[in-house]
Structures are given as structure tokens and as C-alpha cells.
Design a binder for this molecule. Structure first.
Ligand SMILES: Cc1cc2nc3c(=O)[nH]c(=O)nc-3n(C[C@H](O)[C@H](O)[C@H](O)COP(=O)(O)OP(=O)(O)OC[C@H]3O[C@@H](n4cnc5c(N)ncnc54)[C@H](O)[C@@H]3O)c2cc1C
Length: 506
């Protein structure tokens, strides 16, 4: 039996992608890890992204070759680790000669195809848009374009599977648990936490401050030496509209302000359009503004054949990028690379120096590399720590035979013949090979309990509560699934009532 009052090796503050990524890596290297998330896992920036695992073509214009190269190489790794959540996606860039000449785009794509090393995705190519599927939904004036490959991800579920894996490797993951403050005493951190059962104090040898937009607030709540590092809060918003074309590819649209906006097929029936870049002071609860909606619609309408209006927007969301302040005045130009700042007790780095490592910036795409780099930084404090391992172990549910989603669905259809294929497809996309644990021996839809709509059943909700830390209806409807999107208000209320009845019963 482990001693409950024994110090943890690492206290990770923040259950976004960076916090759980580091927790997973550290736990797998034999360290004892506690993760505290004040709200739900992925309840902040990590579920409000554009949902791309990408190198970031536009960062080439800012000479971010290291970041783009690392992200492209990592795209290849992540496609293998989580094929149920990450899939290749073709992007079409319609040519607008007055914005960027063709030679410049060709040069950028040439680099993009090569910076990450050996790639399994197809190389970029020029295409005709006026007489091929690549121009679907675009105005007929677009004749030429370029196609390149990237990938998309279910961002919130990527956080979830990392948390599950961290737990499988022994980490203690606590949601609705706020880090309040911490002080150093005798070479250890003593941290006050505020959770569902009230306040408690725990001890840890190191703190990882992965609080995203709140990184400076968390650091200020410790007695670490003040840092000169600053975080820039840059809001990005997206709108969701009815699907703009039936093809599978996305568009990358250029704007005269040098920014780009994506139009991405989303959740079968929709298109996701984003994002914006707006420097903000208030990062607590970001909301899309009317100006941002108009900006996105106006740019989309410069390209799309069927004009959009505000009335077409069925959903929107906003997140705040916690970027490292590199002094750029233009929010779009601030580096997306990550930066660490570590403060420890005076003396050479080593055991007993109680370090706190704070993370600035980063991308979902590079979270695993960021975790490895963070543990390299912490290695002197944990000499017995094992070597890196996460590049070689699939994330929970990702061990699809041959990485093949269609084969998984076919085997599920055979095993659960009475469950509609749309319901099976939705569950398989969320859970991969863990679908077997959700469905058990169910043969028909009725075996899965109440059907709330959009393929969400009581059986799956129970699984999300029992196995994936879901506590309320938003956790289920907007993070662990996106079933909230096609559901009616009445259906969402039924889910909320079910969650309340479960909470009451327990
Ligand atoms: C609009 C937008 C689009 C983006 N698109 C992409 C993209 O397509 N691809 C890509 O690779 N990257 C993208 N990014 C970047 C990516 O989303 C972020 O870099 C990443 O999600 C940051 O993760 P994080 O874990 O650092 O922060 P977060 O996800 O914000 O996690 C921090 C967590 O800390 C918790 N927390 C804060 N204070 C406390 C406390 N006191 N106690 C306990 N918990 C606390 C918060 O509740 C939060 O859950 C995008 C970002 C934005 C905003």
C-alpha cells in the first residue's frame, strides 16, 4: 500500500493537452503524478482549437522552420498513435495571384512537403478547380489551386485519451479540483487544493504549471521568484454552419490582411470556419464578437458560391491562445512555439530543489514533443527517471488493426447487428477499440438504454461518467462527444436531467 501522505513527484496544474501529455509521459517513466484540473479536462483552449494536427503552412512566412518541421514530423507520429481520433485531410488553396504569387506558394509547399522528413501523406500538387471535385462549393471564377495534406483531430478526446493513459500508468487525475497556492518548505512544495470534498494540502517534489491562459496566475500563487516572461492572450473564434460541399476536403482561404481562414468539413453535416486572432485582456470566458462573425463570413463569401449570412451560424466557440510574448505587435505574428521557464531553489539543479516549470505557448500538434522537452528539463531533479517512451505506445482505443477505421466499423456491425450503423460509427469514432467496453454484449439499440438523440445512449453516458471523469451534461455533450450540436434543446435537457439523476443517486 502506498502512503497517502507521501509526496508526489510531480503536481501538474491544468488538465489541457499539455498537462495530461506531461502527466502521461512522466507516469510512464515511473514518477508519481497528480493532475489537478479546476473544471473539466479539455474545458479550455484544448477543446476550442481549429482541430488540426498540422505543421502550420502560414508559419513558414514567419520563418518558424523549427516549429513547422517538428510539427510535421509529429503529425506522422500522432497519426499512428491515435488513428481513431486523427485522420488525414486534404486542403485546397484557391489561387489568388494578387495575394500570393504562384511561385511563392509552390516554394512554401515544397518546404512543407519536406521539412518533417519522410512522410506517409501525399505530396502537394497544383490542381484545376473549375472542372474537378477540388473546386466543389467555390465560386466558378477560381480556376487554379493547390492541394496539400494535413490532418484533423478530435481535440477534446485527444486530451481524454492522454488522461486515461496517464491514469493507466498510475497517475492520479482529479477534475473539479483547483490549485489554490503553494509554498516551498524543506525542499518540497506544499500545495493547497480545492476539490469536491473541500480543501486539502498535498506535497510534491516539483510542480508543472500547465494552466494555459492562467499560467501567470498559477505562478503568482506560489512563492517562486517572479519571472519576466509574459503571456499574450490572443482570442481565436470559429463558426459552424451547414456543410458547404459534399466532398471530403477542406479549404484554406487567404485574406488581404495576410491571414488565412480554414473551411473544414465537420461532424458530417457541418462546416467549421475559423479562426480569428484578437489580442484580449479578459481571458476568463472568451466569446465570439459580432465583428469576428462578420469577418469570417465576409472572407468565406469571397470564395464560396453560396453566400453565408449570420442566420446560417448554428454554433460558435472561442478560445484564448496562451502565447509567449516575443514582442510582436501583430497577434498573428506572435510565435506559436513553446517556451519553458523554470524556477527552483538556489543551487545546481538536483533532487530537493522544488522546481516549478511553467509552460508558455505551444500547439496541440506538438504536445507530445513538448512533454518530452519538459521532462528533459526536469530530468536533473529526478535522476532515476526512465527514458522517453510515448512515441511507441498507441493511445487508448488507437490500436485499430492496420489503423483502419472502416475495418473496426465492419467488425462492430457484425457483432452488434441490431445497433444502427450511424450509432456504431459515432461511438467508434469516439472510442476506437474501447468501443467494445462501451457496447458490451448489446445486440440492439434498446440494449443500450435510453437513446437521447444523435447516437448518444444511457450506456455510453454511464461509461463517460464511470471511466472518463464526466460530471455534468456539458462534459458529455460538448467535450467527450459533440452530440450537443445536432441535438434539440429538449434532447440536451434530457441528457442534463439524466446526469442530475445519476448524481443524485450517487
Ligand atoms: C482558436 C485556436 C485555434 C487553435 N488551433 C490549433 C490547431 O488547429 N492545431 C494545434 O496544434 N493547436 C491549435 N491551437 C493551440 C492549442 O489549442 C493550444 O496550444 C493548447 O490547447 C494549449 O493547451 P494547454 O494545455 O496549454 O492549455 P488549456 O487547454 O487551456 O489547459 C489549461 C487548463 O488549466 C486549467 N487551470 C487553470 N488554472 C487552474 C488552477 N488554478 N487549478 C487547476 N486547473 C487550472 C484550466 O481550466 C485549463 O483546463 C489553437 C488555439 C486556439 C485558441
Amino acid at each position: 500500500m502506498s502512503d497517502p501522505s507521501a509526496p508526489f513527484d510531480i503536481l501538474v496544474v491544468g488538465g489541457g493537452i499539455n498537462g495530461v501529455g506531461i502527466a502521461r509521459d512522466a507516469a510512464g517513466r515511473g514518477l508519481s503524478v497528480l493532475v489537478v484540473e479546476r473544471d473539466d479536462l479539455a474545458s479550455a483552449t484544448s477543446s476550442w482549437s481549429t482541430k488540426l494536427i498540422h505543421g502550420g503552412l502560414r508559419y513558414l512566412e514567419y520563418y518558424e522552420f523549427r516549429l513547422v518541421g517538428e510539427a510535421l514530423a509529429e503529425r506522422e507520429v500522432l497519426l499512428k498513435l491515435a488513428p481513431h481520433l486523427i485522420e488525414p485531410l486534404a486542403f485546397v488553396l484557391p489561387h489568388e495571384p494578387h495575394l500570393r504569387p504562384a511561385w511563392m506558394i509552390r516554394a512554401g509547399l515544397f518546404l512543407y512537403d519536406r521539412l518533417g522528413g519522410q512522410m506517409s501523406l501525399p505530396r502537394s500538387t497544383g490542381v484545376r478547380l473549375d472542372d474537378s471535385r477540388w473546386g466543389a462549393g467555390l465560386q466558378p471564377r477560381f480556376r487554379k489551386g493547390f492541394v496539400y495534406a494535413d490532418a484533423r483531430v478530435d481535440d477534446a478526446r485527444l486530451v481524454l485519451v492522454n488522461a486515461i493513459s496517464a491514469r493507466d500508468h498510475g497517475a492520479d487525475v482529479r477534475v473539479r479540483t483547483r490549485f489554490v497556492s503553494a509554498r516551498r518548505e524543506a525542499g518540497l512544495w506544499h500545495a493547497t487544493l480545492d476539490g469536491p470534498t473541500g480543501r486539502e494540502e498535498i506535497a510534491a517534489r516539483a510542480i508543472v504549471n500547465a494552466a494555459g491562459p492562467w499560467v501567470a496566475d498559477v505562478l503568482r500563487a506560489t512563492d517562486a521568484k517572479p519571472t519576466r516572461a509574459r503571456v499574450r492572450h490572443v482570442k481565436g473564434s470559429h463558426i459552424v454552419v451547414p456543410r458547404q460541399h459534399a466532398e471530403e476536403h477542406a479549404y484554406i482561404l487567404q485574406n488581404a490582411d495576410k491571414r488565412i481562414v480554414f473551411v473544414i468539413p465537420y461532424q458530417e453535416r457541418y462546416s467549421l470556419i475559423g479562426t480569428t486572432d484578437v489580442a484580449v485582456d479578459d481571458y476568463e470566458s472568451p466569446r465570439i464578437s459580432d465583428d469576428e462573425i462578420d469577418y469570417l463570413i465576409e472572407l468565406a463569401n469571397a470564395y464560396l458560391d453560396k453566400p453565408l449570412s449570420r442566420a446560417d451560424v448554428v454554433w460558435s466557440y472561442s478560445g484564448v491562445r496562451p502565447l509567449y510574448d516575443d514582442g510582436s505587435s501583430d497577434p498573428s505574428a506572435i510565435t506559436r512555439d513553446y517556451v519553458f521557464k523554470t524556477d527552483a531553489l538556489d543551487g545546481p539543479p538536483g533532487p530537493g530543489r522544488a522546481p516549478v516549470l511553467s509552460i508558455y505557448g505551444g500547439k496541440i500538434t506538438t504536445y507530445r514533443k513538448l512533454a518530452e522537452a519538459a521532462l528533459r528539463e526536469l530530468a536533473p531533479y529526478f535522476p532515476a527517471m526512465k527514458p522517453p517512451w510515448t512515441a511507441g505506445e498507441t493511445l487508448p482505443g488507437g490500436d485499430l488493426p492496420g489503423g483502419d477505421r472502416a475495418a473496426l466499423l465492419a467488425s462492430l456491425c457484425a457483432r452488434h447487428p441490431g445497433v444502427p450503423v450511424d450509432v456504431l460509427r459515432g461511438i467508434a469514432r469516439r472510442h476506437g477499440t474501447r468501443t467494445a467496453r462501451v457496447l458490451g454484449s448489446a445486440r440492439a439499440l434498446d440494449d443500450l438504454g435510453e437513446h437521447f438523440g444523435a447516437g448518444l445512449t444511457a450506456r455510453e453516458i454511464d461509461f463517460l461518467v464511470d471511466d472518463e471523469w464526466a460530471r455534468d451534461a456539458d462534459d458529455v455533450l460538448w467535450r467527450r462527444t459533440k452530440c450537443g450540436l445536432p441535438m434539440s434543446a429538449a434532447e440536451r435537457e434530457r441528457v442534463a436531467a439524466y446526469m442530475r439523476s445519476r448524481a443524485g443517486a450517487s
